[in-house]
Ligand binder design. Structure first.
Ligand code: SAH
Ligand code: SF4
Length: 375
């Protein structure tokens, strides 16, 4: 995982907000509203407050998401007066990659500098006609999982709705994107107030027009927030980072388990309203000698057998200073075979061969699950 560091030598942007204020809809300096923080109903409300008709909101929304307008001047079917009014009260934020690294296998890692000098990454995994983009939801993460590089940095701040959506918009200028997975930096369910509007914009027919079947949210197991996600966005896909099959081990490697232990987490999975024949994805990071035995596989099967699921085995991606080791090939194969033989849908991705995956940490290895057909 990337470090939530500062970028140097950035060009001036619309404004440079104070970090503590970056969750707001407004630029803290100019007081203008960033329209990319608004869902279509919120934009309708914003324009209604300015005395404008409802259809104006749809027009502006389409300009932003379907025509990628970055200024009001481009909105040629809107009167000059309204454009000037919008200009005075609002702005349209944008992200440009500071750097793009391309791996030998075509994976592209985008580094984005944010208004306040922080940075985040998105990773594009190309696949003919089915490109998947892995996006970040926070700078850093508060969850402190022992095996995760992001977790060692703690949380710097939540990304705004606009910053989440802008990662997609920036990459979409290069390639078409079919799937979105929220498996980048951060815990999306720890930032639901900004993640839910961002997903609404992604799946809005006047917005980014992505199918809700192609959006996956990954969580370490915030049970009450899983329930809220299911209530507010019942059609998105859920991925849960299980990573351990006993409370004893999970308590140790994922501190969130002390608050929501396995029983509670699995109940939240069971109750998550997935439509049709869709399945919950259980991500399982294999830590050499820690959770990679057949006993673990057996327990994994037992714990999850009453939840429609598929399993994504992720060999641990080592990073400097970490206490864990990657599992052996033999351990991965035996674990995989144990589950396959018992009719579990499993995929294993060994990302160690990729030249840029070392830097992007865990991002790459987990994306195959999201690309698998879910029905
Ligand atoms: N916070 C969310 C989403 C981001 S982390 C979550 O935890 O689900 C996405 C995935 O990366 C998780 O499944 C996590 O278990 C995995 N992961 C974290 N560090 C890793 C590492 N060093 N190697 C392999 N996978 C890792
Ligand atoms: Fe945060 Fe997910 Fe990393 Fe845990 S695995 S520290 S929840 S990003």
């Amino acid at each position: 995982m990337p470090s939530p560091g500062k970028l140097h030598g950035q060009s001036p942007r619309h404004c440079r907000g104070k970090r503590s204020e970056m969750n707001q809809e407004h630029c803290p300096i100019t007081e203008k509203t960033d329209l990319k923080n608004l869902t279509l109903p919120a934009l309708e409300q914003f324009l209604r407050g300015q005395g404008k008709e409802r259809f104006r909101a749809t027009q502006v929304f389409k300009w932003i998401y379907q025509h990628d307008a970055r200024s009001f001047q481009e909105m040629t079917n809107i009167s000059k007066d309204l454009r000037a009014e919008l200009e005075a009260k609002a702005y349209i934020s944008n992200l440009e990659p500071e750097a793009v690294e391309v791996g030998g296998d075509g994976t592209r890692k985008y580094l984005f500098g944010l208004e306040d000098g922080n940075s985040v990454e998105s990773v594009l995994i190309p696949d003919e006609g089915r490109n998947t983009l892995c996006i970040s939801s926070q700078v850093g993460c508060a969850m402190g999982c022992a095996f995760c590089l992001t977790g060692t940095f703690s949380l710097t701040r939540n990304l705004t709705t606009a910053e989440i959506v802008n990662q997609i918009m920036a990459v979409r200028r290069d390639v078409e994107i079919r799937n979105i997975v929220m498996m980048g930096m951060g815990e999306p369910l720890h930032n639901l107030d900004n993640v839910i509007p961002a997903i609404h914009i992604m799946i809005d027919g006047n917005g980014l027009q992505l199918s809700n079947r192609r959006v996956t949210v990954s969580t370490c197991g915030l049970a009450p927030e899983m329930e809220r996600l299911g209530r507010e966005l019942p059609n998105v896909n859920l991925a849960v980072s299980l990573n351990a099959t006993t409370d004893e081990l999970r308590d140790r490697i994922m501190p969130i388990n002390r608050r929501y232990p396995l029983k509670e987490l699995l109940r939240a999975c069971r109750e998550f309203p997935l439509p049709g024949r869709r399945k919950v994805t259980f991500e399982y990071v294999m830590l050499g000698g820690v959770n990679d035995t057949l006993e673990d596989a057996k327990r994994l099967l037992r714990l999850t057998s009453d939840i429609p699921n598929k399993v994504n085995l992720i060999p641990f991606n080592e990073f400097q200073g970490c206490e864990f080791r990657s599992p052996t090939r033999a351990a991965i194969d035996a674990f995989h075979k144990y589950l396959i033989d018992r009719h579990v849908t499993v995929i294993t991705r060994d990302s160690r061969g990729s030249d840029i995956s070392a830097a992007c940490g865990q991002l790459k290895g987990k994306l195959d699950a999201a690309r698998q057909p879910t029905e």
